[in-house]
Design a protein around this ligand. Structure first.
Ligand code: NAP
Length: 278
C-alpha cells in the first residue's frame, strides 16, 4: 500500500521496460514489510532526471545502460572500486544531513559476480578466465582482482581485450590460444547464448572440462547452452541470475541497512523469467 510514508526507489535507463529489478526489489520490500516502492524510469535528459530524483526524495536508484558512466559527473561521492571500474550502477541519496542531500555512487555488479562465483569456489588465489571485454567484463574483472584472483581476459576483438587487460593489469590470451590455458574457473561475460540466439556458445565445448567452475552472466535463458555443456562435462555451474540477484541484494542493503532476503529476490526473478517465457 503506497501512502505518505512510502520510501522511493527505482531504476533509470533507456530502455527500462525489460528490467527485472522492480520485481526483485518490490518482492523484497513486500517480504520484509518495508513501506517502499521501486519504479522504472526513463529520463529524457539525465541531468534533469538526476536532480529530479534528488529533489523528490528518492533514497536509492539503480542505474543501467546507457547511463552508468555519464551519471558519475553528477555525484557527490564515488565508491573507490566503482571509480576504478569507471561505472556506477547504484545511487544512494543520504538525507540525514539537514543542509544537503549527499549522493554516493557504487558499483554492485562486481559484488554480485564475486558472490555468485564464491558460492562455488574460493576466489583468493584462484585463476579465472573471463570471456569478453565489454562493460560487464570490466566489473567482473575488477571484482575478481579485488578478491585476490588471477584474471586472464580473452575477447573476439583483440584490441578491446588487450585494452581491458592492460587496465586490469592482467594477461590477455587470444581465442586461438585458449587450449593452452589451465584455469580454475571460466566466466562468460559476452552476450553469446542469450535469447533469442540460444544455440550460441562462447567457447569450444571440448575446452570446458579444464574448468572446475563455469559461470555464465547471461540469464535468459537461465540454463544457457554453455552451462548445459559444462554440466555435462562435470563442471560446477553458476547461472547469470545469481549475479543479478546478488548485485541487487548489495543495493538493497546499501539502501535499507537490512540484510537482503536472497531467496525471495531469486524467486521474484525466476517468476519474471517464467512470465516472459525465457
Ligand atoms: P557489451 O559492453 O556490449 O559487451 C559485449 C561483449 O560480448 C564484448 O566483449 C563482445 O565482444 C562480446 N560479443 C558480443 N557478441 C559476440 C559474438 N557473437 N562472439 C563473440 N563475442 C561477442 O555488453 P555488456 O554490458 O558487457 O553485457 C554482456 C552480457 O552480460 C549481456 O548479455 C548482458 O545481458 C549480460 N549482463 C548480465 C548481468 C547480470 O547481472 N547477470 C549484468 C550485466 C550484463 P567484442 O568486443 O568483440 O564486440
Amino acid at each position: 500500500m503506497i501512502d505518505g510514508q512510502t520510501k522511493l526507489f527505482g531504476i533509470i535507463g533507456k530502455p527500462v521496460t525489460h528490467s527485472m529489478s522492480p520485481a526483485m526489489h518490490n518482492g523484497a520490500f513486500a517480504h520484509l514489510g518495508i513501506n517502499g516502492v521501486y519504479v522504472p524510469m526513463e529520463p529524457g535528459n539525465l541531468e534533469q532526471g538526476f536532480y529530479g530524483l534528488q529533489a523528490l526524495g528518492f533514497i536509492g536508484v539503480s542505474v543501467t545502460v546507457p547511463f552508468k558512466v555519464e551519471i558519475m559527473a553528477y555525484l557527490d561521492r564515488i565508491d573507490p572500486v566503482a571509480q576504478k571500474i569507471g561505472a556506477v550502477n547504484t545511487l544512494h541519496f543520504d538525507r540525514s544531513h539537514p543542509e544537503k542531500v549527499i549522493c554516493t555512487g557504487y558499483n554492485t555488479d562486481w559484488m554480485g559476480s564475486n558472490q555468485a562465483l564464491a558460492d562455488e569456489m574460493t576466489l583468493q588465489g584462484s585463476r579465472v578466465l573471463v570471456l569478453g571485454a565489454g562493460g560487464a567484463a570490466r566489473a567482473v574483472g575488477f571484482g575478481l582482482i579485488e578478491a585476490g584472483a588471477e584474471v586472464i581476459i580473452t575477447n573476439r576483438t583483440v584490441s578491446k581485450g588487450e585494452d581491458l587487460a592492460n587496465q586490469l593489469g592482467c594477461a590477455f590470451l587470444p581465442v586461438e590460444e585458449l587450449a593452452t590455458l589451465e584455469a580454475d574457473a571460466l566466466v562468460n561475460t559476452t552476450s553469446v547464448g542469450m535469447h533469442p540466439n540460444e544455440h550460441g556458445i562462447p567457447i569450444q565445448e571440448n575446452l570446458l572440462e579444464k574448468f572446475a567452475v563455469v559461470m555464465d552472466i547471461v540469464y535468459a535463458p537461465l540454463q544457457t547452452r554453455l552451462l548445459r555443456e559444462a554440466a555435462a562435462r562435470g563442471c560446477r555451474t553458476v547461472d547469470g541470475l545469481k549475479m543479478l540477484q546478488y548485485q541487487g541484494a548489495a543495493q538493497f542493503t546499501l539502501w535499507t541497512d537490512v540484510p537482503a532476503p536472497n531467496a525471495t529476490m531469486r524467486e521474484a526473478l525466476l517468476g519474471e523469467l517464467q512470465a516472459r517465457s525465457l
